[in-house]
Design a protein around this ligand. Structure first.
Ligand SMILES: Cc1cc2nc3c(=O)[nH]c(=O)nc-3n(C[C@H](O)[C@H](O)[C@H](O)COP(=O)(O)OP(=O)(O)OC[C@H]3O[C@@H](n4cnc5c(N)ncnc54)[C@H](O)[C@@H]3O)c2cc1C
Length: 533
């Protein structure tokens, strides 16, 4: 059974934004021929899949090494047997596939050209416990009308708030360049930046919930550069809008099984339960990779690992990279722990509840999703049982949080948000406690690795990588994975993968001029500072 229609439009396949930026692939021949190089890709999340896919398509002999028994990294899923005897998939949690994720979509199109696996969610409401609720459904997609429309429609950010803001200090938001933003704002916290532009207090939950907490961080500790980049990517710099799509089946069925099947059909080896333990540069320019108890030789290595994975591997590989690079990797940190709780309830939530709701002011609860609205497996279970499948997320939790107490608190917050769940019996509950998202601390940007490492044949990919491009989160993982493959292919004289991003800078000459004028007024434009923030 397919999920009943929820949201009528088909998802767009390519960029709709006329100003989306095209980065042509490095030129070269179409594919590798005689005796193609062997490449180890360590890490089977989005970044590893993106790199492995492009390399295998160009004829490289790819081995994908994944530490866990399931593929997908932070979007992995595993089979579970519920208390009522039915089979289900517990995954790492709800993910929003935004329309400006051009490179991630290009990866997914390999196995689903029309992106039929994605379904649009009709709205993305944000509710504050004070009763304020914002919605993006009716907000125009194209800046500056998106910002104007948002102000006109938002109960938490009105025209009066706009007037109270420091318009001159905020003008540079109209012309954000990923290549320069960190030099301008990395030493400021997201919290202080919003204070400096007099961003309205009531609307801060918006900025924090949508942009800052998506990084699993306290706004006092998050670099303002990362938050401002998010404003740009999702709101002020792109006309794709803030609405998003979600996979219509659990991640393994929708994404990883088809992508892994295709990789294998291209001749790649996909090895799960096989951590890369050590990487040693060899005198002939290749690499010895110890994984799964065996020592194998590869011509090139892609490190597409999470933060702890990368730090650990580099620490165990004493001859990899120069001292400065190794020290920078050693300083990388993960964001605080977070909890994803999935509840199988014995009754439905009210029909008007959205598929996804961002929340704030409800203790640690950050969002609630109702999976049976859009995911086939959950919808089938709900149809059989008369119940519902609800997921709760809580980010940036203190290190010493007591798991069962926090899980109870989260359930209590669900009761406040959707009071009808008070009477529901929890038929089964699964909880994912993790701490594997990268931290983007104030002043931390210089430590982040770039795709190139300085070691020929060794590249890094993942959402922790500094790309200099306007991409974040899943799209940063996909983009850096493609970029890592491109660096290797260029070395071998083979054509790389084209990339798309949202515009890197203000969308129009008028907005850019206005922003430049604002920078002039605040003295942000100096000879040492970059031309744009
Ligand atoms: C709950 C949650 C919700 C999120 N929501 C969103 C969202 O709505 N939108 C969005 O864009 N992003 C979201 N994100 C972020 C998104 O999940 C990540 O940006 C993205 O998945 C990162 O992919 P990656 O490939 O860089 O890293 P990962 O997915 O972490 O992959 C790294 C892989 O490396 C493996 N590994 C580690 N060490 C080794 C080793 N030594 N050998 C072999 N393998 C190893 C790990 O097991 C893992 O599979 C969310 C994240 C979480 C946790």
């Amino acid at each position: 059974m397919r999920v009943p229609p929820y949201g009528s439009r088909r998802v767009p396949v390519g960029p709709r934004d006329r100003r989306a930026r095209f980065l042509p692939p490095p030129p070269g021949r179409a594919r590798l021929t005689d005796d193609p190089p062997a490449v180890a890709v360590a890490g089977g999340g989005i970044a590893g899949f993106a790199a492995a896919t492009v390399l295998a398509e160009r004829g490289a002999r790819v081995t994908l090494l994944e530490r866990e028994t399931s593929l997908g990294g932070r979007l992995a899923g595993r089979p579970v047997r519920l208390a009522d005897g039915s089979r289900a998939t517990m995954s790492r949690g709800f993910h929003a596939f935004f329309r400006q994720y051009y490179n991630l979509r290009a990866l997914l199109r390999r196995v689903d050209p029309g992106l039929g696996m994605l379904r649009p969610l009709p709205d993305y409401p944000l509710r504050h416990s004070s009763g304020l609720c914002d919605s993006f459904r009716r907000v125009p997609r194209t800046p500056p009308w998106s910002a104007a429309g948002f102000v006109a429609l938002s109960p938490s950010f009105g025209a009066r708030d706009l007037l109270r803001m420091d318009p001159v200090a905020a003008l540079p938001l109209l012309d954000v360049s990923a290549a320069h933003i960190h030099r301008a704002l990395d030493d400021t916290s997201a919290h202080d930046f919003l204070g400096s532009i007099r961003f309205p207090r009531a609307a801060r939950h918006l900025a924090f919930e949508v942009f800052s907490r998506s990084f699993f961080a306290d706004p006092r500790e998050l670099s303002a550069a990362e938050m401002v980049l998010m404003f740009h990517i999702y709101f002020l710099g792109s006309s794709e809008g803030l609405l998003f799509d979600v996979p219509d089946e659990p991640f393994p069925a929708a994404l990883w099984d088809p992508l892994a099947g295709r990789l294998e059909a291209l001749g790649a080896r996909v090895e799960t339960g096989t951590p890369a333990e050590r990487v040693e540069p060899l005198p002939d320019g290749g690499f010895g990779v110890v994984a799964g108890g065996a020592d194998r030789r590869f011509d090139a290595v892609v490190l597409a690992l999470d933060t702890d994975g990368l730090r650990g591997l580099v620490a165990r590989s004493p001859r990899l990279g120069d001292t400065a690079w190794r020290e920078r990797v050693g300083r990388l940190r993960t964001a605080p722990p977070f909890l994803v709780s999935r509840l199988w309830l014995d009754r439905p939530v009210r029909p008007e509840r959205p598929g996804f709701l961002g929340t704030s002011g409800y203790g640690s609860l950050d969002n609630v999703s109702v999976l049976d609205r859009w995911e086939g497996e959950a919808a089938r279970w709900a149809a059989r049982s008369g119940g519902s499948v609800v997921e709760l997320h809580a980010y940036a939790l203190p290190e010493d949080t007591e798991p069962s107490a926090e899980q109870e608190l989260l359930l209590g917050q669900l009761h406040r948000v959707y009071p009808e769940t008070r009477a529901a019996r929890v038929l089964d509950a699964r909880h994912e406690w993790r701490a594997d998202c990268p931290a983007f601390p104030v002043g931390g940007h210089p430590d982040r690795p770039t795709v190139r490492t300085g070691v020929p044949g060794l590249v890094v990919a993942g959402d922790l990588v500094a790309t200099g491009l306007p991409v974040a989160l899943m799209e940063r993982a996909a983009t850096s994975g493609f970029a890592a493959a491109n660096v290797l292919l260029h070395r071998w004289g083979v054509r790389g993968e084209p990339l798309f991003t949202v515009p890197d800078g203000g969308r129009s000459r008028a907005l850019r001029a206005l922003a430049r004028w604002g920078r002039g007024r605040t003295g942000k434009e100096s000879t040492t500072a970059p031309a744009r923030i």
